[in-house]
Design a protein around this ligand. Structure first.
Ligand code: SAM
Length: 246
């Protein structure tokens, strides 16, 4: 196969079929499910998915890989040569499942894109262990931050397992983790308010909240927490604070 490996697109291909199957088992797709795959690459997940799911829409930025995948003639797989960050997720029928071994350099923007779209029921992503740990971190941990609060508020998260560098070609420099993400039902928290709040709170991580939040929340409402720092409040406390946003 003479397709050049494009580092700029984060191309590290899975070469262990057992790991592919293990990842797909976490998604739990069946013959009723439409699956959106982010960055199918050479099809390490796609070929197994095409056996278990009803339909796969795979979004790949590299035109040469798209041609390669189309030549596999998997009849329930549609390949879109597109940037997932620009792709209209509303094209996929609602209640779909999403999966991807993400290009590391854009894993966080991809996750935020899915946070803002509500058409999917479950997302299973492979990403840097470091980013997965930040997403699930709790307060008073140095990895705790904006992404932890945003994701823990709106999703049930599960760090499934870690994946060593050795099952990829080329090998990445870092260990990967598989994270599953399921939207919580009936969350009443205003996403825009929470986003503004955590951005302000963590803008100066070492400053006290009375400085960081003074533009957003009245002094009176801040009285209990004014001398704390951003990483000392729990996710629940941030959620409660959103009601006081000016
Ligand atoms: N799923 C394959 C596997 O597990 O072997 C490939 C995973 S590789 C880490 C990431 C894939 O995402 C590559 O095929 C890369 O070309 C593709 N990719 C990178 N940036 C992308 C983007 N913005 N939109 C869609 N695909 C992208």
């Amino acid at each position: 196969m003479n397709i050049p490996i494009r580092k700029k697109w984060g191309q590290n291909f899975l070469i262990d079929p057992n790991i592919s199957k293990k990842i797909i088992a976490v998604l739990g797709a069946n013959k009723n499910d439409h699956v959106l795959e982010i960055g199918p690459g050479r099809g390490a997940l796609t070929t197994h998915l095409s056996v278990v799911a009803k339909k796969i829409s795979a979004v790949e930025i590299d035109p040469m890989l798209c041609d390669y995948l189309k030549n596999k003639k998997l009849n329930n797989v549609t390949i879109y040569n597109s940037d997932i960050l620009k792709f209209d997720l509303n094209m996929i029928p609602k209640n779909y499942l999403a999966i991807g071994n993400l290009p590391y350099n854009i894993s966080t923007p991809i996750l935020f894109k899915f946070m803002e779209n509500s058409g999917w029921d479950k997302l299973v992503v492979m990403l840097q262990k470091e980013v997965a740990e930040r997403i699930i971190a709790s307060e008073k941990n140095k990895k705790y931050g904006r992404i932890s609060i945003m994701f823990q508020t709106f999703f049930d998260l599960n760090l499934e397992f870690h994946i060593p560098r050795t099952v990829f070609n080329p090998q990445p420099k870092i260990t990967s983790s598989l994270l599953s993400v399921v939207p919580k039902k009936n969350i009443k928290i205003n996403q825009t308010h929470l986003k503004r709040l955590v951005e302000a709170a963590f803008k100066h991580r070492r400053k006290k909240l009375k400085h960081n939040l003074k533009e957003l929340i009245n002094e009176k409402q801040l009285s209990n927490i004014q001398d704390k720092r951003a990483d000392e409040l729990s996710v629940k406390q941030y959620q409660q604070l959103t009601q006081y946003i000016k």
